[in-house]
Design a protein around this ligand. Structure first.
Ligand code: PLP
Length: 404
């Protein structure tokens, strides 16, 4: 009889967003007349920018002509896109990352889940609490996280770094030494960001203890303050201890188009073994390249017109963030985030738990958000709203919440 990967059986309950989906579906079925405003899942709502659409149309035409048709893309991504990324996201910021250190993929979720494959199962991971669930779940599927305790909602082999109002939602160096450290800034779900100096502390620490930082910069485009780093490679020494993940989902609205990349610097080594070589081997074996049409769309993100149009999109979302943030504050809520990230992280009122507040908002205001507890125990008592809706919906949701 075949056997399954039993690590999957250890995974707790259903995934956060499927639980939310079920609750909302049940409420909608019972109240078909209620118009629900969804500020829960971090999905974008604005259409693709004209520069991106134009590049895609052109690429589609090329694919329809034998002379310019392209088959399999290079495993690691087309040179034109990797060069545009190296210039646009790194050289322009004084970060030393070369085009051949960039691996193009179909998004940061896959990369953030797959990257653990090149590390030993003996490695211990450290994550923020609350955290984007993919980091822990994919390590759990691989069998790296020990046993799950439903009471504490924690895995025995994972080092949790609480991020709370007391520490400004910035993790502190852990007492126990980890091998892999997942950091995501600007942060999902808290919307917090850390300064260059704070990130430098982590880079120095990782180099000192021989750990690798897996730095998820999916929300980099939302940074508005000068002191916040756009990439970990702005920090000295990051080339020898950090892998960076990027997505085109939130800066360019590619959630349905699918494009992302991972940076593995050639200086990142385990004794004399290069992690770059391992990831290249993994990528080349298991992945056949992001589609040509999509990579051309990605290239357009870095064009002058693309940059301008996308900066406006980000501004629009951040205007929503400001509106929600200020509005909730005026209504007496304690609110965090929303300055360098499209997420507003609010303290639930009274002694309500995150899920109680979720039900309350759904039923009384017909607004859907995300319970903080779904991102980890330290998220209990908090609630996430996203700025990715339309301005009208953001204002309408705010009004409904204020009326409560
Ligand atoms: N990383 C973080 C922190 C995210 O919040 C998300 C999506 O919400 C992703 C990665 C996934 O990005 P992608 O759409 O590129 O898979």
């Amino acid at each position: 009889m075949f056997k399954i990967n039993e690590n999957y059986l250890k995974l707790p309950g259903s995934y956060l967003f499927s639980t939310i989906g079920k609750k909302v579906a049940a409420y909608s079925a019972a109240h078909p007349d209620k118009a629900i405003i969804r500020l829960g899942i971090g999905d974008v709502t604005q259409p693709l920018a004209p520069a991106v659409i134009e590049a895609m149309h052109k690429a589609v035409d090329e694919m329809g002509d034998a002379a310019s048709f392209r088959g399999y893309a290079p495993d690691l991504g087309y040179e034109f896109l990797r060069t545009a990324i190296a210039r646009g996201d790194y050289a322009g910021r004084g970060a030393d990352i070369q085009a051949d250190e960039i691996f193009v993929s179909d998004g940061a979720k896959c990369d953030s889940g797959n990257i653990q494959e090149i590390f030993s199962l003996d490695n211990k991971i450290a994550v923020c609490d609350p955290v984007y669930p993919v980091y822990v779940d994919t390590n759990a599927m691989a069998g790296r996280t020990g046993e799950y305790d439903p009471k504490t909602e924690r895995w025995s082999r994972v080092i949790y770094m609480p991020c709370t109002a007391e520490n400004g939602f910035a993790p502190e160096l852990p007492d126990e030494t980890p091998d892999l450290i997942y950091l995501c800034f600007p942060n999902n779900p808290t919307g917090a960001a850390i300064t260059r100096e704070q990130l430098q502390v982590w880079v120095d620490y990782a180099n000192r203890v021989g750990a690798v930082i897996i730095y998820d910069a999916a929300y980099e485009a939302y940074i508005s303050e000068e002191r916040i780093p756009h990439t970990i490679y702005e920090c000295e020494g990051a080339r020898s201890c950090a892998i960076e993940l990027k997505s085109f989902s939130k800066n360019a609205g590619f959630t349905g188009v699918r494009l992302g990349y991972t940076v593995v610097p050639k200086d990142l080594k385990c004794r004399d073994v290069s992690l770059h070589a391992l990831w290249a081997r993994r990528h080349g074996t298991k992945y056949n390249g992001a589609p040509y049409i999509i990579q051309r769309a990605g290239e357009a993100v870095y064009s002058e017109a693309g940059r301008e149009q996308l900066a406006k999109q980000v501004q629009t979302y951040m205007y929503n963030a400001k509106t929600i943030r200020e509005g909730l504050k005026a209504a007496g809520y304690t609110v965090y985030g929303g300055i360098n990230a499209p997420y507003i992280w609010l303290k639930t009122p009274g002694k309500m738990t995150s899920w109680e507040f979720f039900d309350y908002l759904l039923e009384e205001a017909n607004v859907v958000g995300t319970p903080g507890a779904g991102f980890g125990p330290s998220g209990e008592g908090y609630f996430r709203l996203t700025a990715f809706g339309s301005y009208e919906n953001s204002v309408a949701a705010l009004e409904r919440i204020r009326k409560l």
